[in-house]
Design a protein around this ligand. Structure first.
Ligand code: GTP
Ligand code: MG
Length: 377
């Protein structure tokens, strides 16, 4: 099938076509997409087993069937290999049969953990296909939480019924990223005190950060459906707000830069895996580890302007002027054998080398004598 046809079908929410496009993206083939913001990308995070998948499935089932819903799970332990394998599997099968719901499990792979570039590409594809909701389930730890901030318009943090001490022990990062906090498994009586502790915690974090805005805290049971309608309303209201004040485009911008970074990590990993010859040179001492790393990144191969030398009569005066412009200027050094005093002015990756002759017989003094014209301004 031609790519144009796949894209056309995906636009009509043909799940096979969407799946094919995402697989292509995983293989590094990038279709040209004209992505316009319209999907609500909702990141769902929380400790392992806190009920993320169950809640997503319950929400998906409650969303009206004329809305397109996509679910991306990027946790390696779920839903296919995790402890809650069977339950999720059954719920998933039921959902997959619904025409408006698309589910895909994405691998976390790579050197840094966290999201993979293909996950970001999948979000692009799903948005292109006209998803109204894209739920992104991430494991509540480490890099993926940091990454999810760049792609999600709304972050839902799930906290299962826990003791006060356990709440204190929750990763503080988790307590900072949420737009909506949910006490999950609220059919459990312990959820009442968790709710109070969570409210207090959210307030404390907010005070420390000096924010006036307050995230919503809700009690929900994914398994029994309590509070899920209310949660969906909070999610929809927030989307309306984000759309109204133009904030959806912010996440599109950060999504694009994240995709660039993640793809770069992937390319780096590939070149590292293929760098066996460099590795053996490092092992046998032919190259230092750092030089090998620089060579891997073609650091030496790229044409680069190292410096421009400028001969002048009074280096101190010039250095002062460059400093006034806010540039970093080195201390002067005297190079007797070349008959010059030298100062370097740093300009990003490039430098200006200022040269002042040490005496009238030096090469630089003669150069100045020959070339300098007096300009009047
Ligand atoms: N009592 C009760 N149990 C729940 C509820 N939601 C989920 N569970 C159970 O908690 C376990 C974990 O649920 P999941 O939805 O797989 O949790 P998860 O956060 O997706 O788990 P991972 O993806 O493995 O981190 C399962 O045995 C669920 O049946 C709930 O609302 N109430
Ligand atoms: Mg899960």
């Amino acid at each position: 099938m031609k790519i144009e046809e796949l894209l056309e079908r995906a636009r009509n929410w043909d799940k096979l076509a969407i799946a094919k496009l995402i697989t292509m993206a995983e293989e590094g083939v990038e279709p040209q997409l004209d992505v316009r913001r319209r999907s609500h990308v909702i990141g769902i995070t929380g400790p392992p087993g806190s009920g993320k998948s169950t809640l997503i499935y319950t929400m998906a089932r409650k969303i009206p069937q004329d809305k397109r819903v996509a679910i991306l799970t990027i946790d390696p332990s779920s839903p296919f290999t995790g402890g809650s394998f069977m339950g999720n599997r059954i719920r998933m099968q039921e959902l997959t049969s619904k025409p408006n719901i698309y589910i895909r499990s994405m691998a976390t792979r790579g050197i840094r953990g966290g999201l993979n570039y293909a996950t970001v590409a999948a979000i692009n594809i799903l948005e292109y296909a006209g998803a109204d909701y894209i739920f992104l389930e991430t494991v509540g730890a480490g890099q993926s939480d940091t990454d999810v901030k760049y792609v999600a318009d709304t972050i839902l943090v799930l906290v299962p019924p826990l003791s006060g001490d356990e709440i204190q022990a929750l990763k503080s990062g988790l307590m900072e990223i949420g737009d909506i906090y949910v006490v999950s498994k609220s059919d459990n009586p312990a959820s009442e005190s968790t709710y109070r502790d969570l409210m207090a915690m959210v307030d404390m974090v907010r005070e420390i950060k000096g924010e006036t805005w307050r995230p919503t805290v809700l009690k929900v049971s994914g398994l029994y459906g309590y509070g899920v309608d209310e949660l969906l309303k909070v999610i929809d209201d927030r989307f309306g707000e984000l759309m109204k004040n133009g904030r959806l485009d912010n996440t599109l911008r950060s999504r694009r830069t994240l995709e660039m970074r993640l793809y770069a990590y992937d390319l780096l990993e590939k070149s590292l895996n293929e760098a066996k010859d460099l590795e053996s040179k490092v092992i046998n001492g032919e190259l230092s580890p750092r030089d090998a790393a620089r060579r891997l990144l073609n650091y030496y191969d790229k044409p680069r302007l190292d410096h421009v030398a400028v001969a002048i009569k009074n280096i101190d005066e010039a250095a002062r002027k460059f400093r006034e412009l806010g540039l970093r200027v080195s201390d002067p050094i005297v190079v007797e054998e070349q008959g010059v005093k030298v100062v370097m002015v740093m300009l990003g990756n490039t430098k200006i080398e200022l040269l002042e002759p040490l005496g009238p017989e030096t090469t630089v003094a003669k150069f100045i004598e020959k070339r300098v014209r007096v300009f009047t301004t």
